[in-house]
Design a binder for this molecule. Structure first.
Ligand SMILES: Cc1ncc(COP(=O)(O)O)c(C=O)c1O
Length: 402
Protein backbone atom coordinates (compact mmCIF):
# COMPACT_ATOMS: atom_id res chain seq x y z
CA UNK A 1 0.00 0.00 0.00
CA UNK A 2 1.13 3.52 -0.82
CA UNK A 3 1.89 5.51 2.34
CA UNK A 4 0.00 8.46 0.83
CA UNK A 5 -3.18 6.41 1.33
CA UNK A 6 -2.75 6.92 5.09
CA UNK A 7 -3.45 10.64 4.57
CA UNK A 8 -6.98 11.44 3.38
CA UNK A 9 -5.98 15.07 2.67
CA UNK A 10 -3.58 13.93 -0.01
CA UNK A 11 -6.45 12.57 -2.11
CA UNK A 12 -7.49 16.20 -2.70
CA UNK A 13 -7.21 17.94 -6.06
CA UNK A 14 -5.62 21.37 -6.27
CA UNK A 15 -6.51 23.56 -9.26
CA UNK A 16 -7.52 20.47 -11.22
CA UNK A 17 -4.28 18.58 -10.50
CA UNK A 18 -3.55 16.00 -7.79
CA UNK A 19 -2.34 17.88 -4.69
CA UNK A 20 1.46 17.77 -4.30
CA UNK A 21 1.76 19.02 -0.73
CA UNK A 22 5.27 20.42 -0.47
CA UNK A 23 4.85 22.67 2.58
CA UNK A 24 5.24 20.20 5.46
CA UNK A 25 7.69 22.51 7.23
CA UNK A 26 4.77 24.91 7.75
CA UNK A 27 2.50 22.15 8.94
CA UNK A 28 2.36 18.46 8.13
CA UNK A 29 -0.69 16.51 7.01
CA UNK A 30 -2.21 14.09 9.54
CA UNK A 31 -2.57 10.35 9.03
CA UNK A 32 -6.03 8.85 9.53
CA UNK A 33 -4.78 6.95 12.62
CA UNK A 34 -4.15 10.30 14.35
CA UNK A 35 -7.61 11.62 13.46
CA UNK A 36 -9.14 8.31 14.59
CA UNK A 37 -7.30 8.36 17.94
CA UNK A 38 -8.68 11.84 18.66
CA UNK A 39 -12.16 10.91 17.52
CA UNK A 40 -12.13 7.75 19.64
CA UNK A 41 -11.19 9.80 22.70
CA UNK A 42 -14.08 12.25 22.18
CA UNK A 43 -16.54 9.49 21.30
CA UNK A 44 -15.62 6.91 23.92
CA UNK A 45 -13.46 8.31 26.74
CA UNK A 46 -14.11 12.05 26.97
CA UNK A 47 -13.86 13.44 30.51
CA UNK A 48 -11.59 15.96 32.18
CA UNK A 49 -8.23 14.76 33.51
CA UNK A 50 -6.63 14.74 36.98
CA UNK A 51 -9.85 15.58 38.83
CA UNK A 52 -12.86 13.23 38.79
CA UNK A 53 -12.45 9.92 40.62
CA UNK A 54 -15.08 8.12 38.58
CA UNK A 55 -14.09 5.42 36.11
CA UNK A 56 -14.41 7.57 32.98
CA UNK A 57 -12.27 10.38 34.40
CA UNK A 58 -9.62 7.85 35.34
CA UNK A 59 -9.70 6.46 31.82
CA UNK A 60 -9.23 9.96 30.35
CA UNK A 61 -6.35 10.66 32.76
CA UNK A 62 -4.72 7.37 31.81
CA UNK A 63 -5.00 8.23 28.13
CA UNK A 64 -3.51 11.70 28.66
CA UNK A 65 -0.66 10.48 30.88
CA UNK A 66 -0.16 7.52 28.57
CA UNK A 67 0.36 10.03 25.74
CA UNK A 68 2.99 11.81 27.80
CA UNK A 69 4.78 8.50 28.44
CA UNK A 70 4.72 7.55 24.74
CA UNK A 71 6.33 10.88 23.83
CA UNK A 72 8.84 10.70 26.70
CA UNK A 73 9.85 7.17 25.69
CA UNK A 74 10.29 8.23 22.06
CA UNK A 75 12.63 11.03 23.16
CA UNK A 76 14.40 8.82 25.77
CA UNK A 77 13.59 11.00 28.78
CA UNK A 78 11.36 10.62 31.88
CA UNK A 79 7.65 11.55 31.65
CA UNK A 80 8.01 14.18 34.37
CA UNK A 81 10.27 16.22 32.05
CA UNK A 82 7.66 16.45 29.27
CA UNK A 83 5.39 19.50 29.51
CA UNK A 84 2.47 19.79 27.14
CA UNK A 85 2.34 23.25 25.58
CA UNK A 86 0.46 24.76 22.64
CA UNK A 87 3.44 24.81 20.30
CA UNK A 88 7.15 25.47 19.87
CA UNK A 89 6.43 29.18 20.28
CA UNK A 90 4.61 28.52 23.54
CA UNK A 91 7.42 26.29 24.86
CA UNK A 92 10.18 28.78 24.07
CA UNK A 93 8.20 31.61 25.66
CA UNK A 94 7.74 29.46 28.75
CA UNK A 95 11.50 28.97 29.07
CA UNK A 96 12.08 32.69 28.53
CA UNK A 97 9.55 33.79 31.13
CA UNK A 98 9.84 31.08 33.70
CA UNK A 99 13.56 30.31 33.52
CA UNK A 100 15.48 33.09 31.77
CA UNK A 101 13.78 36.07 33.40
CA UNK A 102 14.93 34.91 36.81
CA UNK A 103 18.31 33.42 35.78
CA UNK A 104 19.65 36.09 33.43
CA UNK A 105 21.18 39.11 35.17
CA UNK A 106 22.25 42.55 33.92
CA UNK A 107 25.42 42.25 31.84
CA UNK A 108 24.86 38.55 31.07
CA UNK A 109 24.88 37.39 27.47
CA UNK A 110 22.38 35.33 25.47
CA UNK A 111 23.85 33.67 22.40
CA UNK A 112 21.72 32.92 19.31
CA UNK A 113 22.40 32.39 15.61
CA UNK A 114 21.33 34.79 12.85
CA UNK A 115 19.18 32.01 11.38
CA UNK A 116 16.66 31.72 14.21
CA UNK A 117 12.91 31.66 13.60
CA UNK A 118 11.26 34.67 15.27
CA UNK A 119 9.86 32.25 17.88
CA UNK A 120 13.45 31.62 19.00
CA UNK A 121 14.46 35.28 18.83
CA UNK A 122 11.71 37.55 20.14
CA UNK A 123 11.36 35.86 23.57
CA UNK A 124 15.12 36.39 24.10
CA UNK A 125 14.92 39.99 22.90
CA UNK A 126 12.31 40.57 25.62
CA UNK A 127 14.47 38.91 28.30
CA UNK A 128 17.50 40.96 27.23
CA UNK A 129 15.48 44.19 27.29
CA UNK A 130 13.93 43.48 30.68
CA UNK A 131 17.12 42.26 32.34
CA UNK A 132 19.71 44.54 30.75
CA UNK A 133 21.40 41.53 29.16
CA UNK A 134 23.18 41.48 25.80
CA UNK A 135 22.06 39.45 22.79
CA UNK A 136 24.90 38.09 20.69
CA UNK A 137 24.69 36.27 17.36
CA UNK A 138 26.76 33.56 15.74
CA UNK A 139 27.18 34.00 11.99
CA UNK A 140 26.76 31.02 9.70
CA UNK A 141 29.45 29.84 7.31
CA UNK A 142 29.13 30.04 3.51
CA UNK A 143 27.32 26.70 3.57
CA UNK A 144 24.61 28.07 5.89
CA UNK A 145 25.79 26.03 8.85
CA UNK A 146 26.73 27.09 12.35
CA UNK A 147 30.39 27.97 12.27
CA UNK A 148 32.02 26.09 15.14
CA UNK A 149 34.93 28.41 15.58
CA UNK A 150 32.58 31.43 15.46
CA UNK A 151 30.31 29.74 18.01
CA UNK A 152 33.13 29.03 20.42
CA UNK A 153 34.56 32.53 20.00
CA UNK A 154 31.27 34.06 21.16
CA UNK A 155 31.11 31.96 24.33
CA UNK A 156 32.51 33.35 27.56
CA UNK A 157 31.84 33.33 31.30
CA UNK A 158 29.01 35.85 30.81
CA UNK A 159 27.08 33.57 28.43
CA UNK A 160 24.07 32.50 30.47
CA UNK A 161 21.95 30.99 27.74
CA UNK A 162 22.47 29.63 24.23
CA UNK A 163 19.50 29.04 21.91
CA UNK A 164 19.52 27.61 18.38
CA UNK A 165 17.40 25.51 16.04
CA UNK A 166 18.12 21.80 15.62
CA UNK A 167 17.20 22.24 11.93
CA UNK A 168 17.02 25.67 10.28
CA UNK A 169 13.55 26.26 8.80
CA UNK A 170 15.14 28.12 5.87
CA UNK A 171 18.58 26.60 5.30
CA UNK A 172 17.66 23.05 6.23
CA UNK A 173 21.05 22.70 7.90
CA UNK A 174 21.27 20.39 10.91
CA UNK A 175 23.04 21.80 13.96
CA UNK A 176 25.60 19.54 15.67
CA UNK A 177 23.51 19.79 18.84
CA UNK A 178 25.53 17.45 21.02
CA UNK A 179 28.86 19.10 20.28
CA UNK A 180 27.52 22.66 20.60
CA UNK A 181 25.82 21.73 23.87
CA UNK A 182 29.05 20.34 25.27
CA UNK A 183 30.88 23.55 24.33
CA UNK A 184 28.16 25.77 25.84
CA UNK A 185 28.08 23.69 29.03
CA UNK A 186 31.83 24.11 29.40
CA UNK A 187 31.12 27.83 29.86
CA UNK A 188 28.23 27.14 32.26
CA UNK A 189 25.54 28.23 29.77
CA UNK A 190 22.06 26.70 29.59
CA UNK A 191 21.18 25.27 26.18
CA UNK A 192 17.73 25.72 24.62
CA UNK A 193 17.03 23.93 21.34
CA UNK A 194 14.19 24.71 18.94
CA UNK A 195 13.27 21.29 17.56
CA UNK A 196 10.33 22.42 15.39
CA UNK A 197 11.87 21.14 12.14
CA UNK A 198 13.62 18.10 13.59
CA UNK A 199 10.97 15.96 15.28
CA UNK A 200 9.42 13.53 12.82
CA UNK A 201 12.37 13.67 10.42
CA UNK A 202 15.09 11.65 12.17
CA UNK A 203 15.65 9.98 15.56
CA UNK A 204 16.09 12.45 18.42
CA UNK A 205 17.51 11.18 21.71
CA UNK A 206 17.33 14.05 24.19
CA UNK A 207 19.23 12.17 26.87
CA UNK A 208 22.15 11.68 24.54
CA UNK A 209 22.05 15.27 23.23
CA UNK A 210 22.16 16.48 26.86
CA UNK A 211 20.36 19.77 26.05
CA UNK A 212 18.68 21.62 28.93
CA UNK A 213 15.45 22.54 27.10
CA UNK A 214 13.96 21.31 23.82
CA UNK A 215 10.70 22.60 22.29
CA UNK A 216 8.64 21.35 19.37
CA UNK A 217 5.14 21.51 17.85
CA UNK A 218 2.87 18.53 17.27
CA UNK A 219 1.45 19.87 14.03
CA UNK A 220 4.78 19.71 12.18
CA UNK A 221 5.25 16.05 13.17
CA UNK A 222 1.96 14.58 11.85
CA UNK A 223 0.09 15.56 15.02
CA UNK A 224 -2.72 18.08 15.48
CA UNK A 225 -2.41 21.85 15.87
CA UNK A 226 -2.64 23.37 19.36
CA UNK A 227 -0.35 20.85 21.07
CA UNK A 228 3.40 21.03 21.56
CA UNK A 229 6.05 19.76 23.92
CA UNK A 230 8.65 21.42 26.05
CA UNK A 231 11.30 19.12 27.52
CA UNK A 232 13.37 20.42 30.39
CA UNK A 233 15.96 18.78 32.65
CA UNK A 234 14.34 17.80 35.96
CA UNK A 235 16.62 19.89 38.15
CA UNK A 236 15.82 23.02 36.13
CA UNK A 237 12.07 22.38 36.00
CA UNK A 238 11.90 21.85 39.75
CA UNK A 239 13.50 25.27 40.34
CA UNK A 240 11.28 27.12 37.88
CA UNK A 241 8.15 29.00 38.91
CA UNK A 242 5.08 28.52 36.72
CA UNK A 243 3.96 31.45 34.55
CA UNK A 244 0.29 30.54 34.27
CA UNK A 245 -1.62 30.02 37.48
CA UNK A 246 -4.97 28.35 38.04
CA UNK A 247 -6.61 24.97 38.42
CA UNK A 248 -4.83 21.63 38.59
CA UNK A 249 -1.30 22.98 39.02
CA UNK A 250 -1.36 23.39 42.79
CA UNK A 251 -0.55 21.41 45.91
CA UNK A 252 -2.42 23.56 48.47
CA UNK A 253 -4.22 26.89 48.24
CA UNK A 254 -5.26 29.31 50.97
CA UNK A 255 -7.00 32.67 50.51
CA UNK A 256 -3.67 34.44 50.21
CA UNK A 257 -1.11 31.90 49.03
CA UNK A 258 -0.50 28.71 47.12
CA UNK A 259 2.09 25.99 46.76
CA UNK A 260 2.54 24.29 43.43
CA UNK A 261 2.48 20.70 42.21
CA UNK A 262 5.61 19.07 40.84
CA UNK A 263 6.68 19.21 37.20
CA UNK A 264 5.13 18.78 34.70
CA UNK A 265 1.77 19.53 36.33
CA UNK A 266 2.72 22.94 37.71
CA UNK A 267 3.28 24.13 34.15
CA UNK A 268 -0.09 22.91 32.85
CA UNK A 269 -2.65 25.21 34.51
CA UNK A 270 -6.28 24.62 33.55
CA UNK A 271 -7.83 21.95 31.37
CA UNK A 272 -5.17 20.77 28.91
CA UNK A 273 -5.52 19.84 25.25
CA UNK A 274 -6.26 16.19 26.06
CA UNK A 275 -7.29 15.06 22.57
CA UNK A 276 -4.30 16.95 21.14
CA UNK A 277 -1.88 15.08 23.41
CA UNK A 278 -3.47 11.76 22.43
CA UNK A 279 -3.27 12.70 18.74
CA UNK A 280 0.38 13.70 19.06
CA UNK A 281 1.27 10.46 20.85
CA UNK A 282 -0.43 8.50 18.06
CA UNK A 283 1.57 10.50 15.51
CA UNK A 284 4.79 9.61 17.33
CA UNK A 285 3.80 5.94 17.32
CA UNK A 286 2.98 6.12 13.60
CA UNK A 287 6.43 7.63 12.95
CA UNK A 288 8.08 4.92 15.02
CA UNK A 289 6.15 2.21 13.19
CA UNK A 290 7.76 3.41 9.95
CA UNK A 291 11.05 3.95 11.82
CA UNK A 292 12.71 7.34 12.15
CA UNK A 293 15.96 6.08 10.65
CA UNK A 294 13.98 4.84 7.65
CA UNK A 295 12.22 8.23 7.38
CA UNK A 296 15.60 9.96 7.52
CA UNK A 297 16.92 7.69 4.77
CA UNK A 298 13.91 8.32 2.53
CA UNK A 299 14.12 12.09 3.07
CA UNK A 300 17.82 12.03 2.26
CA UNK A 301 16.93 10.37 -1.04
CA UNK A 302 14.33 13.04 -1.84
CA UNK A 303 16.68 15.87 -0.83
CA UNK A 304 19.54 14.64 -2.92
CA UNK A 305 17.28 14.08 -5.95
CA UNK A 306 15.69 17.54 -5.56
CA UNK A 307 19.07 19.26 -5.09
CA UNK A 308 20.41 17.51 -8.20
CA UNK A 309 17.39 18.37 -10.37
CA UNK A 310 17.18 21.99 -9.15
CA UNK A 311 20.89 22.47 -9.83
CA UNK A 312 20.27 21.58 -13.51
CA UNK A 313 18.33 24.84 -13.87
CA UNK A 314 20.93 27.64 -13.92
CA UNK A 315 18.32 30.25 -12.90
CA UNK A 316 17.75 28.55 -9.54
CA UNK A 317 19.63 29.81 -6.47
CA UNK A 318 19.67 27.36 -3.55
CA UNK A 319 20.22 28.52 0.04
CA UNK A 320 21.95 26.34 2.61
CA UNK A 321 24.19 23.27 2.24
CA UNK A 322 24.43 21.81 -1.26
CA UNK A 323 24.94 18.31 0.11
CA UNK A 324 21.79 16.42 1.16
CA UNK A 325 23.76 14.69 3.90
CA UNK A 326 24.08 18.00 5.73
CA UNK A 327 20.37 18.81 5.49
CA UNK A 328 17.02 17.70 6.73
CA UNK A 329 13.54 18.01 5.26
CA UNK A 330 13.56 21.21 3.24
CA UNK A 331 15.17 23.35 0.55
CA UNK A 332 14.77 27.12 0.21
CA UNK A 333 15.48 28.54 -3.23
CA UNK A 334 14.75 31.40 -5.60
CA UNK A 335 14.34 31.76 -9.35
CA UNK A 336 16.70 34.52 -10.48
CA UNK A 337 14.78 37.56 -11.65
CA UNK A 338 11.32 36.31 -10.62
CA UNK A 339 9.61 37.23 -7.36
CA UNK A 340 9.01 34.13 -5.19
CA UNK A 341 5.33 35.00 -4.83
CA UNK A 342 4.93 34.97 -8.63
CA UNK A 343 6.70 31.61 -8.80
CA UNK A 344 4.50 30.28 -5.98
CA UNK A 345 1.34 31.35 -7.82
CA UNK A 346 2.31 29.46 -10.98
CA UNK A 347 3.32 26.35 -8.99
CA UNK A 348 -0.05 26.46 -7.21
CA UNK A 349 -1.80 26.45 -10.59
CA UNK A 350 -0.06 23.10 -11.19
CA UNK A 351 -1.22 21.69 -7.83
CA UNK A 352 2.11 22.26 -6.05
CA UNK A 353 1.95 23.96 -2.65
CA UNK A 354 5.23 25.66 -1.75
CA UNK A 355 5.58 28.45 0.76
CA UNK A 356 6.96 31.76 -0.52
CA UNK A 357 7.94 34.40 2.01
CA UNK A 358 10.32 35.32 4.81
CA UNK A 359 9.64 32.15 6.80
CA UNK A 360 9.52 34.15 10.08
CA UNK A 361 13.28 34.67 9.81
CA UNK A 362 13.79 38.29 8.79
CA UNK A 363 17.34 38.67 10.19
CA UNK A 364 18.36 35.63 8.11
CA UNK A 365 16.72 37.08 4.99
CA UNK A 366 18.78 40.23 5.57
CA UNK A 367 21.95 38.16 6.02
CA UNK A 368 21.18 36.29 2.77
CA UNK A 369 20.47 39.59 1.00
CA UNK A 370 16.97 38.57 -0.12
CA UNK A 371 13.49 39.71 0.82
CA UNK A 372 11.98 36.22 0.59
CA UNK A 373 12.44 32.73 -0.82
CA UNK A 374 10.44 29.74 -1.91
CA UNK A 375 10.64 26.66 0.26
CA UNK A 376 10.12 23.05 -0.71
CA UNK A 377 9.62 20.76 2.28
CA UNK A 378 9.01 17.06 2.82
CA UNK A 379 7.39 14.62 5.17
CA UNK A 380 6.82 10.86 5.22
CA UNK A 381 4.28 11.06 2.37
CA UNK A 382 6.47 13.02 -0.05
CA UNK A 383 7.23 11.41 -3.42
CA UNK A 384 9.94 11.65 -6.06
CA UNK A 385 7.27 12.28 -8.73
CA UNK A 386 6.30 15.46 -6.92
CA UNK A 387 9.85 16.74 -7.44
CA UNK A 388 9.58 15.89 -11.15
CA UNK A 389 6.33 17.86 -11.30
CA UNK A 390 8.01 20.77 -9.51
CA UNK A 391 10.87 20.84 -12.01
CA UNK A 392 8.42 20.81 -14.94
CA UNK A 393 6.44 23.60 -13.36
CA UNK A 394 9.60 25.64 -12.71
CA UNK A 395 10.47 25.27 -16.38
CA UNK A 396 7.03 26.72 -17.16
CA UNK A 397 7.81 29.64 -14.81
CA UNK A 398 11.04 30.24 -16.72
CA UNK A 399 9.16 30.22 -20.04
CA UNK A 400 6.52 32.65 -18.79
CA UNK A 401 9.11 35.07 -17.44
CA UNK A 402 11.74 34.70 -20.17
C1 LIG B 1 12.42 26.47 13.36
C2 LIG B 1 11.05 26.87 13.83
N1 LIG B 1 10.90 27.31 15.08
C3 LIG B 1 9.70 27.65 15.57
C4 LIG B 1 8.57 27.58 14.80
C5 LIG B 1 7.26 27.98 15.39
O1 LIG B 1 6.39 26.89 15.42
P1 LIG B 1 4.89 27.11 15.90
O2 LIG B 1 4.31 28.15 14.99
O3 LIG B 1 4.25 25.78 15.72
O4 LIG B 1 4.95 27.56 17.32
C6 LIG B 1 8.67 27.15 13.48
C7 LIG B 1 7.48 27.13 12.61
O5 LIG B 1 7.54 27.37 11.43
C8 LIG B 1 9.94 26.78 12.99
O6 LIG B 1 10.10 26.35 11.73
Amino acid sequence: MNRQDDFAMLQRQENGAPLAYLDSASTSQKPTVVLEAMRAFYQKSNANVHRGNYQLAEEATEAYEGARKTIADALKVPSSTIIFTKSTTDGLNLVAQSFALSEVQPGDEILLTVAEHHANLLPWQRVAQQKGARLRFVDLNANGEIDWAAFEKKLNQKTKLVAFAHVSNVLGSVAPVKALTRLAHAYGATVVVDGAQAIGHFPVDLKDLDVDFYAFSGHKALGPTGIGVLYGKSALLEEMAPVQLGGEMIETVTKTSATFAKSPFKFEAGTPNIAGAIGLARAMTYLEEIGLSQIEKEEQGLLSYALKELAKLPEIVIYGPLSAARRSGLIAFNVRGVHPHDVGTILDMDGLTLRAGQHCAQPLMTALGVSSTLRLSFSVYSQKEEIDRLILSLKRVLEVFS
